[in-house]
Design a protein around this ligand. Sequence first.
Ligand code: 16G
Length: 245
Amino acid sequence: MKRISEINPLPLYYQLKELLREQIECGALKPNQPVPSERELGEKYNISRMTARHALSQLEAEGFVYRKQGKGTFVAEPKIRQGLLKLTSFTEDMQSKGMKPGAKVVDMDVLSEDEELESKLGASPGEQFVKIQRVRTADGKPMALETSFLRRKFCPGIEEMDLNNRSLYKILEEQYQIFFSRAEQTLEPKLADEYEAQILGVDKGKPMLLMERTTFLEDSSTAIEYVRSVYRGDRYKFYIELTRS
Ligand code: 16G
């Protein structure tokens, strides 16, 4: 058994947190299995309950465990490991992982006279945009809040369609013959605001990942879609392969 040591210069709570994290990552502690209580951890590793509590709350903040009121602390499901190199849709991403994709429309609107969108999408002054905001789910659980803005002249009438539990990219391809070829995307951390927290079922202030994507047609220069997606930090990790040439 690995020990927690006073001689180790790392704080005790940190040593315990790392030890538990290793047990979770190697599968010794399985998803949805209870984590030993503060008292049990205190006795087992000869540390105070306060130290054990600190370690558990750090693990919770990093998305490795979750708490159930009055029931204790449990191991969280492993995060979804999402590659960043391919231009894929949420539906394709989830299906490739054997999960059932879902979408719930929470807002749909037609906008115009929006200078920010005009400049992000290289649109003409006064052009109309369709705003589609959806909560994306995997196996019924909320994962992300996606807010897409489409140039309406390329997909007129899309605002009348029922986009619940449907793939937007599939609709764009099949009904509007819009085939994307590339996208520019950024990724940055953010904290959940009240709205995102409530709609995604997390606490306000939890870490999230904000992705912004601009998606272009096959000619590579006509932008059609600008998206802001807020992913749950406790459910996602993004990866990218680097080569040294
Ligand atoms: C992805 C895209 C989003 C797109 C959506 C379509 C980001 C960062 N990326 O989530 O731009 O609108 O897929 O998915 O949000 P769908 O075809 O399943 O509706």
